[in-house]
Design a protein around this ligand. Sequence first.
Ligand code: ZN
Length: 277
Amino acid sequence: MTKPCILCVSITGSLPTKENNPAVPITVEEQIESTHEAFEAGATICHAHVRNDDQTPSSDPEKFARLKEGLMKHCPGMIIQFSTGGRSGAGQARGGMLALAPDMASLSVGSNNFPTRVYENPPQLVDWLAQEMRTHKVMPEVEAFDLSHILQAIKMHKDGKLYGQLYVQFVMGVKNAMPCDKEVFDYYVKTMKDRAPDAEWCAAGIGAAQLTMNEWAIAAGGHTRAGLEDNVRLDRNTLAPSNAALIKRAADLCGKYERPVATWQQAREILGLRMPA
Ligand SMILES: [Zn+2]
């Protein structure tokens, strides 16, 4: 049997609003409902940011706590991953929710340009976030916006700075950062295989690149992410009706490449995560 494919749903993010797509979940209650639908469609990791009521990004640990509680109740077994990304706070506020001990948290290990700004990840902050994750036994998913981030992740893991198994996500298609490019993608995959053969990787694409990256990752034996954070459309003219619809599309692609969609038990086993109590 080929390796099951782990599907991660990126439910909300920091940027898309109801004006972009009314299906973007903003309140914690909406987030729980939207994640539950995606869980039923095959997603086993929930990558989450939280928002203020006016839709602006938040890093309020109290909101993260309510989200975690609701997800554990309504999506039992699902892997909970909180974002420590830089749009929702500055400096150490980005890691304020790590004490809640989610299964995973995203971790950026280098800087790059974003559509309208610099995505700043200074070494001291990266090390502090990684240390906080070790303290609270939170496995990072390293967000790689560039080849140098992959090499840095491998080095940090070898140096014992990252808790748990190494898990790297290739992100392509962010404006002003690495475009969705098949040769580069193939080199990313080769780099992981050659230099971190025991590690797992996944891939996410922004906008129209979401579907492309889903297919490349599934075909190449990796895991993949879909959701309204990264892409609010099914195609140029059609808004995605839900996070679940984007996950279903990825699950259908798994069928095309004869990859079973991982159950939450399989996903936890592949990533070496503890089973829920
Ligand atoms: Zn995110």
